[in-house]
Ligand binder design. Sequence first.
Ligand SMILES: *Cc1c(COP(=O)(O)O)cnc(C)c1O
Length: 375
Amino acid sequence: MQAPSTRAPAMPAPMKYLEDGPTYTPGQTPKDEAGRVFKLSSNESAVGASPAVAQVIRDHANEQHLYPDPDGYPLARALASAHKLNAEQIVTAPGSEALINWLIQGWADKGDEVLYSAHGFQAYRIRAVSHGAMPVAAPETGMHADVDTLLACVTPRTRILFLSNPNNPTGTFLAREALLRLRAALRSDVLLVLDEAYAEYVEEPGYSSLIDMVSDTTPNVVVTRTFSKFYGLAGLRVGWAYVPKRMVGPLNKLRGPFAVTRLALDAAVAALGDPAHQALARSHNRRWREWLEKQVRALGYTTTSSVGNFVLFQVDQGATGSRQLQAALAARGFITRLADQNGLPDWIRVTVGTEEAMHGFVAALQAVSRPQAVG
Ligand SMILES: *Cc1c(COP(=O)(O)O)cnc(C)c1O
């Protein structure tokens, strides 16, 4: 028998970067379910999902003992016909955040660099670190991603450039010409991922999706989309990517079969098939985002020009002021999101909600606001 040791036994240990790395901050969930609480912190749809989705879920309630299509192909087919794409180049996923994860896992090795714009979506940095890659944040100019700065940050170790367009949390976007210039100047072995999580909301003429640039002749452009925001299916977890043909096999291996549930696939197909509800989601968002932005500005706050389903505004008193303001709003039942994880500690993001939520939020903001410096 071994002599008893005073030292602790060795334990299985995860990679160090998994213990130390950043974790995603989800939008706060109201704690008091009894009270009147409006969650405006996760960019969830103000109008919810199409009634067709609820019907599909009821209709298919008794089919859930069956596996889904292993590759989510029924949804890929519906997406291909809705967007005039090639179904073979569509990769479905349980949320587009999973796609961000797989792209880094599959295309960036340990120590490789994953580049993104400084106020971009936090998942790029978090997932880079969780795979042992090096996150690199390129400074922005005037709350917009900056093509020249992004290009200047490319090094021989850069493998992926993530750009959320329009961006969360700033809500700003790069016009097509800027994106094409970025694409043209980027080394052809650097993957350019356009995260278009809010594309369906955008009506501004300068905006265009880069999905038509995804092809085998420009094999480094990928577009990701989600059903979580505009289509109101955040709870079911459905996202998809449009990728060059040669990327489909590796992505399918990373995903594995049956990753998107039967219910989620059926619901997403139903959501795609309801243009009236899509028009409602768009017009509600346009109307109340414009209204919200105007009211927030009238109280003296600076906002960005958001084209998403959220408004971002700056609090004069810095990081402490924004935390205090967020807490004061929460105490009145309005949960918002600090942008501190996106390098913007003095900014607060608020999701466009229902008419009731918007009126209530503006009244609460008015009540808790200190006078903002004019300028
Ligand atoms: C919400 C969001 C996502 C992730 O959405 P999923 O629910 O994982 O599909 C991806 N990118 C951006 C910019 C987002 O805001």
